[in-house]
Design a binder for this molecule. Sequence first.
Ligand code: BV8
Ligand code: ZN
Length: 254
Amino acid sequence: MPVPEFSPDLLGRLRAARSIVVFTGAGVSQESGIPTFRDALSGLWTQFDPMVLATPEAFEADPALVWGWYEWRRGLVLRCRPNPAHHAIAQLQHHVPELLVVTQNVDDLHERAGSRDVIHLHGSLHAPRCHHCGAPWPVPETMPEEPQEGRRLDPPACRHCGGPVRPGVVWFGESLPQQAWLLALERAARCDLLFSIGTSSVVQPAAQLPMRARAAGACIVQVNPEPTGLESPHHDLRGPAGTLMPALLDAAWP
Ligand code: BV8
Ligand code: ZN
């Protein structure tokens, strides 16, 4: 990809920003080797039905299918590393007084790249808990054995009540973690600039964040190779985040 040109308006707003929200989705981790959800060929939801994998009813109906699938994804994330997009986002926090990363991703690649303030709207693959009593279940940082795609695995039993342990993610039909969601809304309402990076902007209520920021007067910058559900951002940067984000930082602070 040739070195992109960025508009003077975008560079000026970026340099002047006092508070930035970086809203991310699966596309930001795509260049690390983690599949997105809705990609036509490789997306997880084009190969697997979310209704039999990502709802509380699915877990109750077939815990081994769901737990095995999430352990496969957790193993995949453990083998992946942050890419230049995660690193550029972590660098950005050194150029603005206040920056919050609000991610829909259940991986930990923003944290591993060095981003300090990260909130996870859809939970984490690395924080399982009991489906009955909510007690956290400690997962090892390395996998004893590499899980395989499509392999069933019985979930462990909670040490307190014996209930099945479930992945610490937010499934369809479940509420977002309240504190995280309220903080995201508050920051979106008072930021000067919001990046929407690598998200199709279709999952609610997360997709409301850019709209909330725009209504409050923030500049909205989208980074994505494809069009999304986000309508008319002020700046629409079409391309992979791993190329565009480092180039944008270089252009703003050469
Ligand atoms: C809720 C976590 C209240 C687990 C996930 C009808 C209308 C409106 C809403 C609804 C409706 N029917 C149902 C709903 C509600 C539902 C919803 O929004 N559904 C949508 C799909 C219609 N939402 C909920 O259920 C939420 N809860 O509403 O609670 C409630 C309570 C009771 C009853 C009712 C309501 C909970 C939603 C959370 C779901 N959890 N997963 C897991 O990971 O397994 S969602 C899933 O989608 C992922 O977590 C992900 O975080 C999220 C968003 O996806 P994206 O990250 O955007 O990924 P996607 O693949 O779509 O896009 C990737 C993008 O990257 C693409 O644009 C691509 O072009 C781009 N890209 C690719 N490569 C690159 C790139 N960009 C940059 N660089 C690259 N290199
Ligand atoms: Zn329990």
